[in-house]
Ligand binder design. Structure first.
Ligand code: FMN
Length: 178
């Protein structure tokens, strides 16, 4: 089971990126969770730039998505929505159709009490418009600050750790039956 994990943050110390790395550690042996960390290399989307062949970085992203059994996106919340850089990535993906029917989990991470729920809602909506198969049982809004992780980036709270494990199990189950 191959899951492509995309963080919507460009920050070097991003909680969203750290959580995806933690999820890779918590994943069961049959689940390979690989990150894609070239978000900052994507040009701004414009239909005129969506050429055949596409820019190399776009081709790489679409190829990895096509090969993946499922997609996991973890978004920060910027001004009550997903960051523009993540929406830009999804704009590059939509015209290729590689997300159609693809099982997808939408996560958000924020230090706020709502855990970035508004961004997560906007992410779910966009993925559904793209005809991805959003797995709601595998989706999460996590209230998390850097203090909620140890020096190695491992979650300190066993409840949160279990929530990540069950989300991954739900995503795997959905991908197996897709
Ligand atoms: C421009 C900007 C806007 C933000 N807006 C929100 C917001 O609307 N809601 C929220 O919960 N956090 C907001 N935050 C705080 C982020 O959730 C927080 O910085 C988070 O750690 C970002 O994710 P990252 O650590 O993965 O980069 C905002 C941060 C920035 C820089």
């Amino acid at each position: 089971m191959r899951v492509l994990a995309i963080s919507g943050s460009l920050r070097a110390q991003s909680l969203n990126t750290l959580l995806l790395k933690e999820a890779a550690r918590l994943a069961t042996p049959g689940l390979v969770l690989s990150g894609w960390e070239r978000l900052d290399d994507l040009p701004h989307y414009s239909p005129e730039r969506d050429t055949e062949p596409p820019p190399a970085v776009v081709a790489e992203l679409r190829g990895l998505l096509a090969e993946a059994d499922a997609l996991l996106v973890c978004t920060p919340e910027y001004i009550h929505a997903m960051p523009a850089v993540l929406k830009n990535l999804l704009e590059w993906v939509v015209s290729s159709g590689v997300c159609v029917g693809k099982p997808a989990a939408a996560w958000s991470v924020s230090p706020s009490l709502e855990g970035g729920a508004k961004a997560q809602t906007s992410l779910v909506h966009t993925l559904e418009v793209m005809s991805a198969k959003v797995v709601h049982e595998a989706s999460r809004c996590l209230t998390l600050a850097r203090s909620g992780m140890d020096a190695e980036g491992h979650l300190k709270d066993p409840v949160q750790e279990n929530s990540i494990r069950t989300a991954l199990a739900s995503l795997t189950a959905a991908a197996e039956t897709a």
